[in-house]
Design a protein around this ligand. Structure first.
Ligand code: NAD
Ligand code: USQ
Length: 388
């Protein structure tokens, strides 16, 4: 298949592009390197060194003998987006290219507006490009489990059968997201579902949980193929942060009482899920939703897993929660669609954590402990000072 990976310079986009290329697909990556600009803005950076996207593509050619085509530009530039889709003519477009940190979107008005504009406009431009070039191009869009929030009922895969006053209907599952970033994904989902109804687009919305891990079969082949590992309080995701805190001998920072439960998956499952979605396209006019996560943990369970698996243990510290989130709640999500199409999950066990501790140990000298500490971004404040 011809597969175009939007956001192909990111934490997940780059390993996905290489994985798909290694399976024999013709792959192109598109990115505008804005993720690297957020690092400049925040003074942050990946724990594991990463080379430029141009150098990554060259290294992949050298290591694998396979070509990844590179499109450098902004998805919010409609002409560029159209040129990329019509120029590469993919069978599937995998769309990772969004501002993805909840805390970044909650800094202040400017960052909230930027996040929603970048994400919603980029997705709309993609829909229009596909609408004009070829409506059979399958859009595989990265959504998030956080779109649903923490409802007091089981979370279905995107749709809900309801019976109301004696009548029945199939409606989009109700959404109650927890940040302006998560809201941008809800807006995308609505736009995409509408595109399926009016133009007959084929869309798979992958509501992905929090991802952990840093290595895949391809990233370990050469240091230039490594993907990023964020640990700062804005872009670092929780398990990656806990693992780094453990290695540095710092307490694991659990926000609030630690009973918040979220859905998680291993980065090696992310790349496989994308392959499964691409190889099994949605029907014309179908807005298909898969919950892309394999396990659920409360923050306390996650912190204990890290503390128990790290040699010498780790202290767990409950800090004031900078976010507004429900702490004690019911949580159960359906995740059968991807597994029924062949996903064999990697569950979170000691092996993965030990592997992560090794990677972190190797680069511990690069950690800036100020970045690990609280970012100062509080959900209750509409004008947070920009993080140091
Ligand atoms: P990332 O920030 O590392 O990668 C996103 C990439 O998209 C970056 O390289 C960035 O430069 C690019 N990008 C952003 N806006 C763009 C634009 N307008 N034009 C061109 N390129 C643009 O993020 P990630 O962690 O790899 O996440 C990828 C996707 O998966 C995101 O959509 C995110 O919401 C979703 N997701 C991530 C996680 C996670 O735990 N990392 C979990 C669930 C869902
Ligand atoms: N948390 C801590 N301590 C920390 C950091 C976070 O307790 O040091 C808590 C948060 O309060 C939250 C949970 O851990 O309850 C998850 O936070 P996170 O920063 O790891 O993840 P989140 O903000 O939810 O966002 C991440 C990705 C985002 C993706 C989302 C999937 O950055 O792109 O959409 O995971 S989901 O959570 O399913 O919506």
């Amino acid at each position: 298949m011809r597969i175009m990976v939007l956001g192909g310079d990111g934490y997940l986009g780059w390993p996905t592009a290489m994985y798909l290329s290694a399976q024999g697909h013709d792959v192109a990556v598109l990115d505008n390197a804005v993720r690297r600009q957020y690092d400049e803005e925040l003074g942050s950076g990946s724990l594991v060194p990463i080379v430029s996207l141009h150098e990554r593509v060259r290294a992949w050619r050298e290591v694998s003998g396979r070509e990844i085509e590179l499109w450098f530009g902004d998805l919010c530039d409609a002409d560029f987006c159209y040129a990329a889709v019509s120029g590469f003519r993919p069978d599937a477009v995998v769309h990772f290219a969004e501002q993805r940190a909840a805390p970044y979107s909650m800094i202040d008005r400017k960052h909230a507006v930027y996040t929603q504009t970048n994400n919603v406009v980029g997705t709309l431009n993609l829909m229009y490009a596909v609408g004009e070039v070829d409506r059979d191009i399958h859009i595989v869009k990265l959504g998030t489990m956080g779109e649903y929030g923490q409802p007091n009922i089981d979370i279905e895969e995107g749709w809900l059968e309801v019976e109301h006053k004696g009548r029945k209907d199939r409606v989009l599952f109700p959404k109650k997201p927890g940040s302006f970033y998560h809201l941008s994904k809800v807006h995308d989902s609505h736009n995409l579902e509408f595109g399926c109804r009016i133009w007959g687009l084929r869309v798979t919305d992958l509501n992905q949980g929090v991802v952990y891990g840093q290595e895949t079969e391809q990233t370990v082949l050469d240091p230039r193929l490594a993907t990023r590992l964020d640990y700062d309080a804005v872009f670092g995701t929780v398990l990656n942060r806990f693992a780094i805190q453990a290695v540095l001998g710092l307490p694991l920072s659990v926000y609030g009482n630690g009973t918040q439960t979220r859905a998680y998956l291993d980065i090696r499952d992310t790349v496989r899920c994308i392959e499964i979605a691409c190889e099994n396209p949605a029907d014309a006019g179908e807005f298909r939703v898969f919950n892309q996560a394999t396990e659920q943990f409360s923050l306390d369970e996650l912190a204990k897993l890290v503390a128990n698996s790290f040699p010498g243990g780790a202290e767990i510290e409950h800090v004031d929660n900078p976010r507004v989130e429900i702490e004690d709640h019911y949580y159960k999500f359906v995740h059968t669609a991807l597994e029924s199409l062949g996903l064999q999950p990697h569950y979170l066990g000691d092996t993965l954590l030990e592997q992560m501790y090794g990677v972190i140990e190797q680069h511990r000298g690069r950690v800036n402990t100020d970045l690990l500490a609280a970012s100062g971004i509080n959900w209750r404040t509409s004008a947070n000072a920009a993080p140091r």
